[in-house]
Write a protein that binds this ligand. Structure first.
Ligand SMILES: Nc1ncnc2c1ncn2[C@@H]1O[C@H](COP(=O)(O)OP(=O)(O)O)[C@@H](O)[C@H]1O
Ligand SMILES: [Mg+2]
Length: 251
């Protein structure tokens, strides 16, 4: 006789493996193009991998394989149509595939950071506050947050005269470094990196490799996309070939 509570509990295998910050289990994603007669584009099927704490897992596969789609599903920007995306969040397990918007926002504030490919700069906010904001959101006093933001901007070679200016007019490389400073400053247990070094020179690529290694040594787990093979080889612990999870691939 089925117990009435059973209908609400998750399947019994929905657990995070020991030591993992993230576990992606059997995830599928199909886009529906509503403006083109609801044409359906299956992009991923059966995607499965774990991110252990303190290690860097890199998403591989050619352009169009679905790497950015995986990132956006983990960050809660896209839903998943099948499977589970389990995150160790504040002593419990959160399934990002089915989480409520307020749970996704709490996970972003406390548990996962994201360095996107491009900075989405808010008009008129100076670079220093763009970088300090995630710390302030988590309760760090504004002056202390600004001081730490300055240290990070200096480390990434952003000239001091730019700190008080909004990044909208900065060069591509400067904007990317502001973006990196912001993503790395507020330390969270999982960091998502979508081509963070694409527009950087060798020196700043070196700084980013250092930042990544420091965080890994402190137990932060990372999920990353790198175009740059030097950076990838310097920091990756495992590579997941996303193309192998394209519907029909290898079948
Ligand atoms: N919002 C979307 N709507 C429809 N199709 C999309 C959307 N986002 C991505 N796709 C499609 O999904 C596939 C994978 O894209 P993407 O994840 O950006 O690949 P990658 O990052 O590996 O280059 C591509 O065919 C792309 O056109
Ligand atoms: Mg991409």
């Amino acid at each position: 006789m089925p117990s009435p509570t059973n209908t609400l509990t998750a399947e019994p295998s929905a657990t995070l493996p020991e030591g993992a910050i993230l576990s992606v289990q059997g995830v599928g994603k199909t886009f529906t193009l509503h403006l083109q007669g609801r044409q359906r584009i299956p992009v991923l099927a059966g995607l499965t991998f774990d991110v252990p704490r303190g290690s860097c897992v890199v998403l591989g596969g050619e352009s169009g394989a679905g790497k950015s789609t995986v990132m956006k599903m983990v960050y809660g920007s896209y839903g998943a149509h099948a499977g589970r995306i389990l995150l160790a969040h504040q002593g419990a397990t959160l399934d990002l595939a089915t989480a409520q918007p307020r749970e996704v926002l709490a996970a972003r504030r406390e548990t996962m950071g994201y360095v996107s490919q491009f900075l989405r700069a808010v008009p008129r906010v100076p670079a220093i506050d763009v970088v300090a904001e995630p710390l302030v959101e988590r309760g760090v006093e504004r002056q202390a947050a600004r001081q730490r933001a300055e240290e990070m901007l200096a480390r990434l070679s952003i000239p001091e005269r730019l700190w008080t200016l909004p990044p909208a007019t900065f060069s591509g490389g400067e904007q990317q470094r502001v973006n990196i400073a912001r993503g790395f400053l507020a330390e969270r247990p999982l960091l998502l990196l979508d081509e963070p070094t694409a527009s950087l020179d060798a020196r700043n690529r070196g700084v980013v490799i250092e930042l990544i290694r420091e965080r890994l040594a402190r137990g932060v787990g990372m999920l990353a996309i790198f175009h740059d093979h030097d950076v990838r080889d310097a920091v990756s612990d495992a590579i997941v070939d996303v193309a192998a999870f394209t519907p029909g691939a290898g079948a």
